[in-house]
Design a protein around this ligand. Sequence first.
Ligand code: DHB
Length: 309
Amino acid sequence: DLAVAWLGIQMDNPLINASGVMCRTVEELEALRHSAAGALITKSCTLEPRKGNPEPRYASTALGSINSMGLPNAGYRYYLDYARRYDHEHDKPLLMSVSGMSLEDNLEMMAAFDEAALPVLVELNLSCPNLPGKPQIGYDFEASARLLAEVSKVYRRPFGVKLPPYFDPVHFGEMADVLDGCPSIGFVTCINSIGNGLVIDLERESVVIRPKDGLGGIGGDYVLPTALANVREFARRLPGRHVIGCGGIRSGREAFMHILAGATVVQVGTCLYEEGPACLTRIRDELVCLMQDKGYRTLADFRGCLRTL
Ligand code: DHB
């Protein structure tokens, strides 16, 4: 039994798409709604529609992916309309990613989501690495604390944040303190892509994506250990909040690892982009088999139970 209930939502299984993958249009969202996913999340939205960065802006490699999409999205009203028409009673839970270009934009969108009073979970994105000239807010602890304090005033329900990966215990501690100081935070999604990697095509002696002279967010197998470290560290530093694990999940094995590290549910990015929604059926069934082999009946039987030596 893969069921999980958290923050007022009920999921048949712990799989969600990672925001950005297969969730920009109503058509893509509807395909996810009909997939094996336990819930779905919309593309990070901005106040106004955006075309995003010039193509090519995504490339896959043997071990994962690099992207610099640049926040192409239909604008928050489009996703809010989708959420208003959504059958929240009968369909799988809906999460919505918000990624304003400024504090003011984030506040305007969060106020609109508050006003709509829909049973959705909002994931506020603190970690888009692909906007030329815009630093990731999640790497500025002061600015993150200010943003969360302001958002909490206009959005009166629990919400989550999508964090960038951290690589130093001091930074885990600083961000955990920021989140601990914000009672509205119900969940934390770890991790966004490892920002500003560079993939090189040896044959062509060239970068593989056009924006930022080839720099982009890295996903897939490359990021699994970093993702697991972030999930484990935030799960144990923030008891009472939920962690969504994201990074390097491409089979039931990695999904199990994320949950063992403390994740309540998990998101699938690169693998979903590469394989399409059928991978969610496969990963779900693999997780069931792995749990059976190990003698676990529910996710709670092993969640957060990672052993240390
Ligand atoms: C984009 C990439 C991200 O990693 C993110 O969190 C938001 C947007 C993008 O390039 O579209």
